[in-house]
Every structure is written in structure tokens, then in C-alpha cells.
Design a binder for this molecule. Structure first.
Ligand SMILES: *Cc1c(COP(=O)(O)O)cnc(C)c1O
Length: 391
């Protein structure tokens, strides 16, 4: 399996067949497991093997298949599946940090990630320094000899800044800090983050991994020591685990993720190029466009621009008019879905932030985030052009 390409791993890695040799992954809807004898129970609590389970809060065959498949795809030693992307982000950070620790984080973050770093960790005595993630000098200045972890989104939500994983990892590793990466926008398909230097990679499986808007989920990927020694004890006792049914849905999502995400990214690239050439919008932001400030880094780091672009309609009124005129794009706040979705970050996902913070992050009143789905590219472009023409 080690020599398989990612696309093959996405279909086959981690499979565990029961005595019936089923083709499709079985759903083990059980929270507990029976021991033949009291001695067996005692032995399993002392040391359980790879294929032995105790309680679904920290192990179940269907969940283990999902964890193993994701670890194989990402090139990580192990993984721990979580109830949501936020359970993964908060679990990765809180499991390893204690009062007095120092963390450096990129400032441009998904609203809930910012809440964890800015409000939760600081409440428990962790010191957090925020930097402009694209500015390597800022990372270098902020990382201290006692820095325990750095955190960033490899592609920021919704302004699509791309952060240099290798360069930031090098700075972090020089002081022994752990690199924790929220890799949602890169997707497992375009990620090579562990090779590039990340120690811990976190996904919201709600996005491209499910990809069909059905369930919340997440995963923390890293070394066996970090996942089983640091993350598992914390998650096991705090309870943010994935359900077996969700793990099964995510396994089914992974089977098609390569085809979906590559098609979505190709369409996103076509739409971004066409809208930029039309010249009717204040801004078209897409990491795959030559004009994007980190386009060269994007190509080297991900090999593609991803499935999301952002456009600026000029004002909130224009953005609302555009959103309300869209026919195929639905107004919602998920992303990575088969259905194309349009979001107005300033009044929804990033509403909680002050106007100054939003301005400093580039979340303008006219900004609209477009998650490109699996519909026909011509239909999507026509939908957008008609809405833009009405402005
Ligand atoms: C959606 C998202 C999350 C949170 O994931 P949930 O599954 O909704 O909890 C975290 N980080 C990023 C970048 C996201 O887009």
C-alpha cells in the first residue's frame, strides 16, 4: 500500500473486512465490545492491539478505517477522527498546550479557529501572538525560543492567502515548536503538508471529504506518538469523537474525493479566469490566477488553486444583490460541496469580528466567497455573469 498513489489509497487504504468479506466498508454501529472473560477485559484495558477496541469514544472498526485511510493519504503515521472540524482544531491545540505556553498563529483564520486561539486558549493562560501569515519576517520575529506551537490555515478563509508551509515550519522547528496546520482549503487531494514540514494536519471532514453536505466531521493527523500519546487521551476523556455512521459516510466520500475536488478546482480556475478577464468586479481572488500574490507558492505547494474563489462586488448592497440574483449557486456557508455555494463572510461567518478586524483581514463589505461545485462550468459561469450584469 505504501507505493500506491493517493487516488488508490482514497479507495482502498485502511479497509478492515469482517468474517463476511463484504466489499463495501461495514458500519459497526456499536459503542462497546464484548470480552470473552474478565481476564480478557483486563488485558485489553492494559494494552489493546491494533484491531482490538474498547469503547467507541476512542476506537471502533469503522472509525479506524477512516482514520487509517486519511493517514495513508496524508502520509501521516496516524489519525484521530473527531465530531467536527472544530473538535479537531481545538483538540489538536488543547491536548498539547498548558498554561504559560506560547503560540504563534496567523491572523487570517476561520471565525471559530480565531475564537479558540484568541478567547479559549488565552482564558487558560496560553499566550498567543498573531501575525500576518504571508509575512515570513513577522513569523520569524514572533517565534521565540519558548514557542510551543504555530498554527495557521494553509489557505486562509475567505481571503485565500496562501502560507508557505515549508518556510514557516523551518522557523518553528528551529525552536522545537510543533507546526499545526488547518488544511481545509488545500484539501487532502492537493496536500503534501507533512513532506513540506507540518507536524500535525487538521481537516474539517464536513467540507471536501464528505463533499455532499451530509455530516459534520474532522480529523487530526500526525505521528503515532502525538496521536496516541497526546491527542487520544485528551479526546477520549473530553468526548469530541466521530460517530461510526459518520465515519462510514466519510469513507464513501473519500472514494470519490480525487475526482470531485479536481473537477471542482478546474471549474473554479475557469470561472476565476473568466470573471477576471470580464473586468466587471472590483476584485477576483483565486490562488490559481497569475495575478494572485502567492501564485508561484500555490503552484509549488498545492499544484492547483483549490475549489474556492472570492469576488468583490464593491459594496454590501451590491454583494447582496448579486447573491439574491444567483440561480444555481445557493446562499449558504458550507464549502467543498457538490453544490455550488455563495457566502457573504462579513455578515455571516465573520460577522462576530469588529469592522476594523474585518478590514485588516481584507474581508470587505462587498466580498463574496464562492465554493465551486460539480455542476457544468458553463452553467455556473452564466449564472454568475447574469447576476453580475444586474449590478
Ligand atoms: C469549516 C472550517 C472549520 C470547522 O469545521 P467544522 O466541521 O464546521 O467544525 C475549521 N477550519 C476551516 C478552515 C474551515 O473552513
Amino acid at each position: 500500500m505504501k507505493t500506491w498513489k493517493k487516488r488508490t489509497k482514497a479507495v482502498h487504504a485502511g479497509i478492515r473486512r469482517s468474517q463476511y468479506n463484504e466489499v463495501s466498508e461495514a458500519i459497526y454501529l456499536t459503542q462497546g465490545f464484548v470480552y470473552d472473560t474478565a481476564e480478557d477485559a483486563e488485558a485489553r484495558f492494559i494494552q489493546s492491539g491494533d484491531d482490538e477496541f474498547i469503547y467507541a469514544r476512542y476506537g471502533n472498526p469503522t472509525i479506524a478505517m477512516f482514520e487509517d485511510r486519511m493517514a495513508a493519504m496524508e502520509g501521516a503515521e496516524d489519525g484521530f477522527a473527531t465530531a467536527s472540524g472544530m473538535a479537531a482544531v481545538s483538540g489538536a491545540l488543547t491536548s498539547m498546550l498548558r498554561a504559560g505556553d506560547h503560540v504563534v498563529s496567523a491572523r487570517a483564520l476561520f471565525g471559530s479557529c480565531l475564537y479558540i486561539l484568541d478567547e479559549v486558549l488565552t482564558r487558560f493562560g496560553v499566550e498567543v501572538t498573531f501575525v500576518d501569515g504571508t509575512d515570513l519576517a513577522a513569523w520569524e520575529a514572533a517565534i521565540r525560543p519558548d514557542t510551543k506551537a504555530v498554527f495557521f490555515e494553509s489557505v486562509s478563509n475567505p481571503t485565500l492567502e496562501v502560507i508557505d508551509i515549508a518556510a514557516v515550519s523551518k522557523l518553528a522547528h528551529a525552536v522545537g515548536a510543533v507546526v499545526i496546520l488547518d488544511n481545509v482549503f488545500a484539501t487532502p487531494v492537493f496536500s503534501d503538508a507533512i513532506v513540506q514540514g507540518a507536524d500535525v494536519v487538521v481537516y474539517s471532514a464536513t467540507k471536501h471529504i464528505d463533499g455532499q453536505g451530509r455530516a459534520l466531521g474532522g480529523i487530526i493527523l500526525g505521528t503515532k506518538e502525538f496521536i496516541r500519546g497526546t491527542v487520544e487521551p485528551y479526546m477520549k476523556h473530553t468526548g469530541g469523537s466521530m460517530s461510526p455512521f459518520t465515519a462510514w459516510m466519510m469513507l464513501k466520500g473519500l472514494e470519490t474525493i480525487e475526482l470531485r475536488v479536481r473537477a471542482q478546482a478546474e471549474t473554479a480556475g475557469l470561472i476565476a479566469a473568466a470573471l477576471a478577464a470580464d473586468g466587471d468586479l472590483a476584485q477576483v481572488i483565486y490562488p490559481g490566477l497569475d495575478a494572485h500574490p502567492q501564485n508561484a507558492l500555490t503552484k509549488a505547494q498545492m499544484g492547483a488553486g483549490g475549489t474556492v474563489l472570492s469576488i468583490d462586488a464593491g459594496s454590501q448592497a451590491a454583494a447582496f444583490k448579486l447573491l439574491n440574483a444567483l440561480d444555481i449557486f445557493t446562499i449558504s456557508n458550507n464549502l467543498g460541496d457538490a453544490k455550488s455555494i455563495a457566502t457573504h463572510p462579513a455578515t455571516t461567518t465573520h460577522q462576530r469580528l469588529s469592522e476594523e478586524t474585518r478590514a485588516s483581514l481584507g474581508i470587505t463589505p462587498g466580498l463574496v466567497r464562492l465554493s465551486v461545485g460539480l455542476e457544468d462550468p458553463d452553467d455556473l459561469l452564466a449564472d454568475l455573469r447574469a447576476a453580475i450584469a444586474g449590478l
